[in-house]
Design a protein. Structure first.
Length: 432
């Protein structure tokens, strides 16, 4: 006899309620323990970050930059030395330690385009040495944080903002289009992907500002396992099984030997290693040229050092003059890094300062308050340079593509460059 679900629902509900009532003294302490652990770790992290000292540097370079983004890749490779291994449970739960990170920033105002880096104080020498090793003519100096010249709270009655975070649209091992794609043997035909961004910044009017923030936290090699899984999937490889124990291997070897001994009279013996090699040859698929290119690009990415990365974009303008044109221009600039078969950047929908205006969906309810809350949240996150919950893993080659110093061929008129070159005094110069 079939029973209706609505007939047994009350009995199920009574069973669950009776179970919770009788076992609350076990469930509640467990739940409170995990809540306590979360608050404990959060409090320790806050105290640890409050004690950490930061340095804010501006990087200016001469007008004639002949080096390609490869120089910037070497800089990021050197900065990866900040990673010293995974944090232990003692570091996390007793000391509240977090892995330090860098914030490389491109800032555009009506007065010019500037390049900044915010780094832990103890890494200042590391940052300066890495930059000077590739750009000896650069000038690195302490700078006032430009954020301090803006109101602590935005939007307000004077200014409005737009903001969002960018992450990869596919799995981390798939790379974006990197700088070798834009390079050409002829300097006249060489493209600079950053020029699309600096050109927009160079045309800002008074009261406008475009801020781009690249938060980079070095990571270990664990993320490369994702690339190995993609490679094995494309080659239809099976995951290697765990090796047998000594006794199990001995028994399997003896069984295989006697089996081949008995069958050897009528047919050629086949050993396990030979059988496995033959199966692998049969299972290896034929890859198309496009699939082979994707596989090579994935293997190239996972062979380089990686950073847990978040890209944050903020556009500020006067409320009565606010326009979406500059927002569309920056979004278009990030489109150039994407391909259909590999990877691209996408906007994290939870951070986007826009909520659908359609009247036929519940997402539009309380639209104005939701948009205002998102604007406050993205502005506060930018000011704090905080790592968001959603990030991507980018290798040094990808980072050098989206953040590097523009080539001399970039004609952004307001790009802040050095007009003169500093010279060192001669060694024999008398000082008395």
């Amino acid at each position: 006899m079939d029973m209706n679900i609505w007939e047994i629902a009350p009995s199920i509900g009574r069973f669950i309620s009776e179970f919770l009532i009788s076992s609350w003294w076990v469930i509640m302490p467990i739940g409170l323990f995990f809540i306590f652990i979360n608050f404990w770790c959060w409090g320790l992290r806050v105290l640890f970050l409050q004690k950490m000292e930061w340095v804010f540097l501006e990087i200016r370079l001469p007008r004639n930059i002949l080096k390609t983004p490869k120089a910037m890749e070497n800089i990021f490779t050197g900065l990866h030395s900040l990673y010293s291994g995974e944090l232990s449970w003692e570091d996390i739960y007793l000391k509240g330690k977090v892995m330090p990170w860098y914030s490389f920033e491109i800032v555009g105002y009506a007065g010019g385009v500037s390049f900044y880096v915010r780094a832990p104080e103890f890494t200042r020498n590391l940052v300066e040495s890495a930059v000077y090793s590739e750009y000896p003519d650069a000038e690195i100096s302490l700078a006032d944080d430009y954020i301090n010249f803006m109101p602590n709270v935005l939007p307000n009655n004077t200014y409005d903002i737009w903001g969002n975070d960018y992450v990869l649209s596919k799995d981390n091992p798939y790379p974006i289009k990197t700088y070798p794609y834009f390079e050409s043997p002829s300097e006249e035909q060489r493209l600079d992907p950053v020029s699309a961004i600096t050109e927009v910044m160079s045309k800002l009017h008074e009261g406008e500002a475009i801020w781009l923030q690249y938060l980079m936290m070095p990571v270990g090699e664990k993320w490369k396992e994702e690339g190995d899984e993609i490679r094995d999937k494309m080659y239809a490889r099976k995951k290697p099984s765990s090796p047998p124990s000594f006794l199990g291997g001995l028994i399997d070897g003896l069984l295989e030997f006697f089996k081949n001994l008995l069958k050897g009279v009528i047919e050629e013996p086949i050993w396990a290693d030979e059988k496995k090699q033959n199966e692998d040859k049969l299972q290896t698929p034929h890859l198309s040229p496009g699939e082979r290119n994707v596989l090579e690009a994935v293997e190239n990415k996972v062979s380089k050092f990686g950073f847990e990365t978040a890209v944050r974009f903020v556009y500020i303008d006067k409320a009565d003059e606010f326009t979406q044109l500059n927002v569309s221009a920056i979004s278009g600039a990030f489109k150039q890094f994407g391909t259909q078969d590999m990877n691209s950047f996408k906007i994290v929908s939870d951070t986007k300062t826009f909520v659908t205006s359609s009247k036929f969906t519940t997402k539009s309810w309380f639209r104005k308050s939701k948009v205002h809350a998102r604007k406050r949240a993205i502005y506060d996150a930018y000011r704090l340079r905080s790592i968001p919950s959603k990030t991507s893993i980018l290798c040094t080659e990808e980072l050098a593509t989206i953040y590097h110093f523009p080539l001399s061929s970039v004609e952004a008129p307001l790009l802040r460059r050095l007009e003169t070159r500093k010279g060192e005094p001669p060694v024999s110069l008398p000082i008395a």
